[in-house]
Write a protein that binds this ligand. Structure first.
Ligand code: ADP
Ligand code: MG
Length: 351
């Protein structure tokens, strides 16, 4: 063996560091859409409209009617770690907003071209400014604007050729975006959402703020799902002294589908929880005679200090205290709901 001198360790260029980090936060077009829609919801919007071109690679445009962004904040808006939502690390314990790290917009400027148009209450005109690599490309320009903010991301991953190629070959990013908006629409029922392809007359998701969740599900997922749902609810104060609340709508014995749809919000965050999803899939296949996969909408509320929201760069997963207890509890609730409704049906069929 020949001994070689060790290679020198160098400090990476800041732009390189930022671009690497950005590629983790914004994994695909749908991750950018999620961050932008969450910003619109954090800004208390009552309407959020999404336009997408080329699966999001050419253009993602999210328009809201929220509180807008102050003129003074525009210079640092897209810098990494600039946020209006968090100030101390301890704040993370009780964070209610969906964003908190000030990384989403910054990330988009490192892997795409970002243009922001915004107006705040009481202003006669808005401002428009474009960003690249975290900084403004020019002074904000006065422009006409109605209310809220519009963010446009163009040419996503223009500087990451491998990523762009894989995404160009996969045709399903638009359907991922439609799926995402559908999920938001049935949870945030007082907000109107729309999602359409650029230039298309018809929106593929269209929800008008309604009071009823079943109505929202009907307009987004269709009648056959909406008419086969059962309400499920639980609240519990003795779960090792914590508070746990759950309510949801789950499909009944009549419903037939090849794939499970599980729309889960924990403390109003859209998350994936594979263990719970599996557990419920098992309950359905064990309880219902038909080999049908369920549709499940569920909203779980836990004390914020029991939910660690900072475990994944995309915030797609959260980590919870007492996971097993919660899963078991929900599993047995769903099971008894299914059994009861199935028994009623068998009884009705016999008589
Ligand atoms: P975070 O959401 O974690 O704070 P972002 O990079 O997503 O970080 O956004 C940075 C800041 O820009 C937010 O804290 C918010 O103040 C502002 N902002 C972003 N999008 C909007 C919007 N649609 N409406 C109003 N303010 C926004
Ligand atoms: Mg955000």
């Amino acid at each position: 063996r020949v001994f070689k001198d060790p290679p020198n360790i160098r400090r990476l260029d800041e732009t390189v560091v930022n671009r690497i980090a950005a590629g983790e936060v914004i994994q695909r077009p749908v991750s950018a859409v999620k961050e932008l829609v969450e910003n619109s919801l954090d800004a208390h919007s009552s309407s959020v409209n999404v336009v997408v071109k080329d699966g999001g690679l050419k253009l993602i445009q999210v328009t809201d009617d929220g509180h807008g962004i102050r003129y003074e904040d525009l210079p640092i808006l897209c810098e990494r770690h600039t946020t209006s939502k968090l100030s101390t690390f301890e704040d993370l314990q009780s964070i209610k907003s969906m964003g908190f790290r000030g990384e989403a917009l910054a990330s988009m400027t490192y892997v795409g071209h970002v243009t922001v148009t915004t107006i705040t209450k009481g202003q006669l005109h808005g401002y428009r400014v474009s960003y690249k690599d975290g900084v403004m490309e020019h002074e904000p320009k006065a422009c006409a604007a109605v209310k809220g903010t519009q963010i446009m991301v163009e040419n996503l991953f223009y500087n990451m050729s491998a990523r762009r190629k894989t995404l160009q070959n996969s045709a399903d990013d638009y359907s991922k975006i439609v799926d995402l908006l559908s999920r938001f629409a049935i949870h945030h029922t007082s907000v109107s959402f729309s999602c359409r392809k650029h230039g298309a007359a018809r929106a593929d998701v269209h929800s008008v703020g309604t009071r009823s969740r079943v109505d929202a599900i009907r307009s987004v997922y269709g009648v056959s799902i909406a008419q086969n749902l059962m309400k499920i609810e639980a609240s519990d104060n003795d779960l090792s002294s914590s508070v746990f609340k759950m309510d949801g709508l789950i499909s009944n014995f009549n419903f037939v589908a090849k794939k499970i749809t599980m729309v889960l919000f924990i403390n109003d965050r859209l998350v994936e929880w594979t263990a719970l999803k599996r557990a419920l899939e098992i309950v359905y296949s064990a309880t219902l005679p038909k080999a049908s996969k369920p549709f499940i909408y569920m909203s779980i509320v836990l004390p914020p200090e029991h939910v660690d929201v900072n475990v994944h760069p995309t915030k797609r997963e959260v980590s919870l205290l007492n996971q097993e207890v919660i899963i078991e509890k929900i599993q047995s609730l769903v099971e008894s709901k299914l059994r009861n409704s199935n028994d009623t049906r068998t009884f009705q069929e016999q008589t």
